[in-house]
Design a binder for this molecule. Structure first.
Ligand code: ZN
Ligand code: ZN
Length: 99
């Protein structure tokens, strides 16, 4: 996976802002000091967001970060059809995001 790649969510457990089967674009990568690799996604906005906390307890920053194992890379040709699904954004209050 690299910046700009489209990915499909395969694990939306214990987090918010993403949904299984939805497609997202990778904005940037972040590696925690515990070596967990996470990604910031272009399409995700969580209202009331206060920062991303890693499973190791470290606060990784202000972006909505998700660990890369929650996604798999998407085949480009297939991407455009499903892109519409993302429009329904999540507006729930969320103060802490678990990667
Ligand atoms: Zn961290
Ligand atoms: Zn960590």
């Amino acid at each position: 996976m690299k910046v700009g790649d489209k990915v499909v969510c395969i694990d939306d457990s214990s987090t918010t802002g993403i949904k299984n089967g939805n497609i997202y674009t990778i904005k940037s990568f972040y590696t925690c000091k515990c070596n967990l690799v996470t990604m910031d996604l272009k399409e995700v906005f969580v209202s009331g967001f206060m920062g991303s906390f890693c499973l190791c307890g470290h606060r990784c920053g202000n972006a909505n970060l998700y660990r890369s194992t929650r996604f798999r890379k998407l085949d480009e040709s297939f991407a455009e059809d499903v892109l519409e699904n993302i429009k329904e954004q999540i507006e729930e209050e969320q103060l802490i995001l678990v990667l």
